[in-house]
Design a protein around this ligand. Sequence first.
Ligand code: ADP
Ligand code: MG
Length: 397
Amino acid sequence: MNKKTIDDVALTGKRVLARVDFNVPLDDGRVADDTRLTASLPTIRRIVEQKGRLVLVSHLGRPKGEAKPELSLKPVAARLSELLGQSVAFAPDCIGDQAATVVDSLKDGGVCLLENLRYHKGEEKNDPEFAKQLAAWGDIYVNDAFGTAHRAHASTEGVTKFIDTCVAGYLMQKELDYLGGLFAGPKRPFVAVLGGAKVSGKLEVITHLMDKLDAFLIGGGMAFTFIKAQGIEIGNSLVEPDLIDTAKSILADAERLGKKFLLPVDAVVAKDLELRSRPKIVDIGAIASDKAAYDIGPKTAHLFAEQVGLARTIFWNGPMGVFEHELYGGGTRVVANAIAMATKAGAVSVVGGGDSVSAARQAGVSDTLSHISTGGGASLEFMEGKILPGVAALDDK
Ligand code: ADP
Ligand code: MG
């Protein structure tokens, strides 16, 4: 990674303004899942050990510029304090006098968390005046919130214009190292497993990866636009008719470049997702006009698992079927396990995308895979080859 990190700057006695992603689920005023807190603990601990004065900022939910008490970060400060084993002061606003009082009373090695950034409209609008007020809390700025790095908000981009030293935290560094590593001399074969509902959401990922990868394994709803593009009937399966021509040209590109582009050969079909509608396994080409495909079939799962087994680098985005539904989670499970096995055998595996991450968890393989990206949208934009504004704004090495 070519960005400076917290290891490259002196932190002692400095006020360190750190943007973290503490957008955690709350339940009855308590943190229901602290994965995102623990993800930033290495960064927080390092700043504390170096005797920086740490000012944490984050958003939580979508309060749309209003102070909504149910979206307060206060319970997060309490949970963080437990995890960290030291007190975490809380300021009921992220700018103004109340924040100033808390920030000014920080001692070296002290930590505070400021209230939800999105209580102010200026955050998402990247308002320079708001950014400047935030910037007043830091001699050094640290971004450890990869999940919001694809948005140019005041706390991810605007603020960097008012602070001289802007560096990445360890979580940000890890994300960029793994995702960036996929493009920097990956071990081959490099295989993408792509699924999910729609082609439209993944089109730019496919086109950006086309010349960089060796093979594409396409499942999920998105496969059916490609199958339809080959002139095969798909019944009521998900299709994006206006993308059939694009699908045709992607298939032609893959052929011309000699890339493997595997589509399902069989599928699990049913009339609808209701329980009384019993699923059936059929070959592609034999989907009845009143049926829709909700998962890849066993032959396809086997074929994909075989290809994954040959891979040395794997990028996975998008479940192979409607995995939320017990009946249609089989294909995703088989593929997730194959990715886990390949990883144990030495392959590098990276998973991005919110639903894919929960599918990996559901399959029980999330601890085995090399890297689970914490940023759904951000990881996809990175894979599309886009520059993430929150990353671009950090100091180069
Ligand atoms: P991610 O969040 O990992 O990027 P997506 O949001 O693109 O993944 O896709 C996940 C959704 O795709 C899931 O809700 C799943 O039910 C849906 N899906 C997968 N396969 C199918 C299918 N054959 N038909 C309809 N929806 C599907
Ligand atoms: Mg999703």
